[in-house]
Design a protein around this ligand. Structure first.
Ligand code: NDP
Ligand code: 2IT
Length: 447
């Protein structure tokens, strides 16, 4: 059987065995369709059914999460943890709390996480979890009670050597705090390393909050440098206005980029004079408000309800909100407006057709599993600090993050060239991540 046929059959099998999970199918296809040349060089991967095994999670946990709101009404949500692959280390990956969450989303995220975590070079396996609970508009007390109920069930599946969750959409330091509090109470152990993304006041790492956004910008900086260019003076847009978007904007501004727009799920904020990041941080991090309120304080900024961020001409675009937020027509718009570089702070934000547009236009395109790996890499640095009961300075930790991102860029760049398509970071990231996991799976036997 040819490798192309083998890969097609594996994909058909994944679709058959996981009905209705469109995002999971998309993520699997995007990875395995690039692996033909790797199988050609390593027939042992096919012989040992490495791809087939990687596509099947090691364990999937689904549970009921009941809780009381402030009026005493009972709500029932669904909790998930998909422990995908632990060949390189304990399961590692965030928790997403958002109304759209279902098994297919958690599986796509967990699958991506395997290769992303391998790319960091740190000893972490791949997992993801979450719930269809949405913390937006909920009081602190409601969020706390939800987190306590969620952890009451999940705690038995976690541990610093077993599975180490962190944040994702809807889960930040507040939620991680409530989750850790309940874990500690259930287990009677102060096991700092069981969760990352903790507040630096009680075991969290400095730079973890900033890491995903900063890392994405370091990745785009490396892609531009490889083409003899830089961020300095370039016009940038960043989608979303959450954790990843905020710190992507911060690092772009530090490196001389001119960030003129960001967004949320309701609309787009365009401020040609440059985004006032202190205001965004106050609105989003302190007051938990919406990005449209920015225009109340800066009368020269425009809020476009329901608008598309990708219509705004820019040279650098960083999708930092959610999956499939950038489709083919948006990609064409960006390419037509002279965009030079895209790096994905979000997971799988560009549709497969959108990616093709970027590649055909010769735009530097950094896929999420490489470009946003700085978040989980810094989580692994947090685990190191917890294990050694040490705390590192901001400067030291940021230096480590930057080196890790440069390393990921370098390895993806080299592998793309090695496999005959220089500059194709999709190919590079998939090959490097897959090879690391495959080698470890071969070494550990059929498990
Ligand atoms: P936050 O919850 O802090 O922010 C999410 C942002 O994305 C908000 O602005 C939100 O807008 C927007 N958004 C969410 N869902 C949608 C949607 N369906 N349509 C349009 N906009 C949406 O999450 P993060 O910043 O942590 O995560 C953003 C992305 O980065 C996600 O894809 C996540 O998987 C990825 N990521 C996060 C990492 C981390 O360390 N946190 C690490 C690596 C990747 P609104 O408020 O209107 O919902
Ligand atoms: O998608 C991701 O890499 C994350 N949400 C961060 C995972 C982590 O464990 O820090």
């Amino acid at each position: 059987m040819s490798n192309a046929t083998r890969i097609e059959r594996i994909y058909d099998q994944v679709v058959r065995r996981n009905p209705g999970e469109a995002e999971f199918h998309q993520a699997v296809k995007e990875v395995i369709e690039t692996l033909g040349p790797v199988l050609a060089r390593h027939p042992e991967y096919a012989e040992h059914k490495i791809i087939e095994r990687i596509c099947e999670p090691e364990r999937q946990i689904i549970f009921r999460v009941p809780w009381h709101d402030d009026r005493g009404e009972v709500h029932i949500h669904r909790g998930f943890r998909v422990q995908f692959n632990s060949v390189l280390g304990p399961y590692k990956g965030g928790l997403r709390f958002h109304s759209s969450v279902y098994l297919g989303i958690i599986k796509f995220l967990g699958f991506e996480q395997i290769f992303k975590n391998a790319l960091t070079g740190m000893p972490i396996g791949g997992a993801k979890g979450g719930s269809d609970f949405d913390p937006k508009g909920r009081s602190d007390g409601e969020v706390m009670r939800f987190c306590q109920s969620f952890m009451t069930e999940l705690h038995r599946h976690l541990g610093e050597f077993t599975d180490v969750p962190a944040g994702d959409i809807g889960v930040g330091a507040r939620e991680v705090g409530y989750l850790f509090g309940q874990y500690k109470r259930m287990t009677n152990r102060y096991e700092s390393g069981v969760l990352t993304g903790k507040s630096p006041h009680w075991g969290g790492s400095l730079v973890r909050r900033e890491a995903t956004g900063y890392g994405t910008v370091h990745f785009v900086d490396e892609m531009l440098k490889a083409r003899g260019e830089s961020i300095e003076g370039k016009t940038c847009v960043v989608s979303g206005s959450g954790n990843v978007a905020i710190y992507a904007i911060e690092k772009l501004q530090q490196l001389g980029g001119r960030v003129i727009a960001c967004s949320d799920s309701n609309g787009v904020l365009h401020h040609e004079r440059g985004i006032d990041l202190a205001l965004v941080k106050r609105l989003k991090e302190v007051e938990r408000r919406r990005i449209k309120d920015y225009a109340l304080e800066h009368r020269d900024a425009q809020y476009i309800a329901g608008g598309s961020l990708w219509d705004i001409p820019c040279e650098i675009a960083l999708p930092c909100a959610t999956q499939n937020e950038l489709d083919e027509s948006a990609a064409r718009k960006l390419a037509g407006n002279g965009c030079k570089a895209i790096a994905e702070g979000a997971n799988m934000p560009t549709t497969p057709r959108g990616v093709r547009v970027f590649q055909q236009a010769g735009i530097a395109y950094g896929p999420g599993k490489a470009a946003n790996a700085g978040g989980v890499a810094t989580s692994a640095l947090e685990m190191q600090q917890n294990a050694s009961r040490d705390t590192w300075t901001f400067e030291h930790t940021e230096q480590r993050l930057q080196e890790i991102m440069q390393g990921i860029h370098h390895h993806c760049h080299e592998a793309a060239a090695e496999f005959g398509d220089p500059g194709n970071y999709v190919l590079g990231a998939n090959v490097v991540g897959f090879r690391r996991v495959a080698e470890a799976m071969l070494a550990l036997g059929v498990i």
